[in-house]
Design a binder for this molecule. Structure first.
Ligand code: CMC
Length: 428
């Protein structure tokens, strides 16, 4: 085993170096504090490996993304979301019996419990869909008694299927509540993406026939979001799971983390930015100037990534998928032209080149979601549906670990040193 040497104040320590299956190296500092009395400081965790994981591999310099070893390009082209979900969760492609059993469980659990449907009435009509989703996933745990007591191997698959199936039903029910239409029951004869389209866009007296091209685009969107190693929401899921909390509580926390505009909320922010430019409030060139001005507080949304420093492979696939679905649906979306124009300008601009900023997964995904009729305020919910397999898989890794170790980082304290309490009447 190779080691790294740390020297400080005339002393030195050997620290083991851990090597991953793709030859990534990490200095194991798990005994650092015990040996040296010191901790590491890495705000934002850009240099910190929080775990060893066998789910997803990213090489940010080369633009590589693989789930369980399979390249994202192959999965987006050849797999379905449900198959990819099983792969991400269980680590191998399902055989026919495994696929059929999981599909049957998804169908069995697609319907929301009748009592849970009443919960929707308690939200104001304009409640943000991500708030509803997070609350409802926690509520779902209450309707899944097996997880609240003792979750084990025998009911894990049932819980995973319940969560994966119902996140889609909850999302569609939220939309229906928002637009004042009756919630639609799922159909057992439809596949995952088709069923979602049905629950979103059918009405009791007018059922849609899901378009296979739309279903394919939706499958691709979901596959591309299925996991992305230790991002903010997945780390949150692992953090919560490490306390022994159940799968539903852990994934509900993931939804909250995903909500922010620097994470999953970026797909909405991209469309809002493109709309702003389209309306003529700012020309693309003027927008770019503002983005480069640190005082403006603006960012080019859908650009940049903590890990990808060359290109985001998901963005390339989604750009192609956007072209295909818009052509098939005969939609001429001016936002796509603006997006292409911004990308072209950014890729030639030294500000973006020097900082290695490229389009990320959110830059083109919104164009696809718009084309298939998903309203803007549901975009981040769509990301959450897609990310569910990754959250479940990461939850499973924590749950299956031989020893549950709670995640508990340290800090460097920078507050006041010891001082004595001042009675109220003596304070200035
Ligand atoms: N537009 C303009 N400048 C940017 C952008 C951007 N989109 N992204 C980064 N920068 C600048 C940043 O200001 C900094 O400049 P300087 O070195 O002069 O201070 C430099 O590039 C490095 O950026 P950073 O903020 O230190 O990078 P990070 O790794 O902490 O942040 C990020 C990554 C994705 C949060 C950031 O690039 C960003 O805010 N992008 C826009 C929001 C977005 O599209 N988010 C979706 C991310 S992908 C999907 C997901 O994870 O959910």
């Amino acid at each position: 085993m190779s080691t790294a040497r740390l020297e400080y104040n005339g002393q030195s320590w050997e620290l083991p170096v851990v090597e991953g299956t793709e030859k990534e190296l990490g200095i194991d500092i798990s005994e650092l504090r015990a040996k040296t009395g010191m901790i590491t400081l890495d705000e934002g965790y850009g240099n910190t490996g929080s775990c060893q994981s066998a789910i997803t591999y990213i090489d940010g310099d080369k633009g590589v993304l693989r789930y369980r070893g399979y390249p994202i390009e192959q999965l987006a082209e050849q797999s379905s979301f449900v198959e990819t979900a099983w792969l991400v969760i269980y680590g191998k492609l399902p055989n026919e019996a495994e696929r059929a059993r999981f599909s049957a469980l998804l169908t069995k659990h697609a319907m929301i419990h009748e009592s849970m449907r009443n919960h929707f009435q308690g939200f104001p009509n304009n409640a943000p869909p991500m708030a509803i989703l997070s609350a409802m996933i926690n509520a779902l745990g209450c309707f899944s008694p097996e997880v609240l007591g003792n979750e084990d191997e025998s009911n894990f698959e049932e819980s995973a299927a319940r969560l994966l199936s119902q996140v889609r039903s909850i999302a569609a029910a939220t939309y229906k509540m928002h637009i004042g239409q009756p919630m639609m029951y799922p159909r057992p004869d439809f596949k995952y993406a088709e069923n979602f389209m049905h629950m979103m866009f059918s009405v009791p007296n007018g059922r849609i026939t899901p378009d296979p091209d739309v279903a394919r685009a939706l499958n691709q969107f979901l596959i591309l979001h299925a996991d992305h190693e230790q991002n903010c929401s997945t780390s949150t899921v692992r953090m919560v799971a490490s306390s022994g909390a159940n799968m539903f509580a852990s994934c509900a926390a993931g939804v909250s983390a995903l909500w922010g505009p620097l994470h999953g909320g970026a797909n909405m922010a991209v469309i809002q930015m493109l709309e702003e430019i389209r309306k003529g409030d700012l020309s693309p060139a003027a927008y770019m100037e503002k983005v480069k001005d640190k005082n403006s507080g603006l960012k080019l949304m859908g650009f940049g990534h903590r890990v990808y420093r060359n290109f985001d492979p998901r963005s390339r696939i989604l750009q192609k998928a956007a072209d295909i679905i818009l052509a098939k649906l005969k939609i001429d979306d001016p936002l796509l032209d603006i997006a292409r124009h911004l990308e072209e300008v950014a890729l030639k601009d030294s500000y973006f080149i020097d900082r290695k900023l490229y389009p990320n997964v959110d830059f083109y995904s919104g164009i696809i979601l718009r084309a298939i009729g998903i309203p803007l305020d549901m975009f981040t919910v769509m990301f959450a549906i897609g990310r569910m397999p990754g959250w479940i898989a990461n939850y499973k890794e924590i749950h299956d670990a031989p020893r549950l170790k709670i995640n508990r980082p340290r800090q460097i304290y920078t507050g006041a040193t010891k001082r004595d309490y001042v009675p109220r009447e003596e304070r200035g």
